[in-house]
Design a protein around this ligand. Structure first.
Ligand SMILES: [Cu+2]
Length: 67
């Protein structure tokens, strides 16, 4: 599955790294691409969306939407 999450609180490379690390802990996740400019995180994963959102949020960033 491919997901795109809206994460407006990401502002810098540090945020990008934290989110990438949080998502890559999951063996089911094969790709993470953070687009800081558009505040979007694209994820390719076999994990359910809820699980990925929970990971992003536990890293400290609110997910406000999904495309
Ligand atoms: Cu940051």
């Amino acid at each position: 599955m491919e997901y795109i999450f809206n994460v407006p609180s990401m502002v810098c490379q540090h945020c990008k790294m934290r989110i990438e690390q949080a998502l890559r802990q999951d063996q089911l996740t094969t790709q993470v691409m953070v687009d800081l400019q558009n505040k979007k995180v694209r994820v390719v994963s076999e994990a359910p969306a809820e699980q990925l959102i929970a990971r992003i949020e536990s890293a400290g960033y609110e997910v406000v939407g999904q495309e």
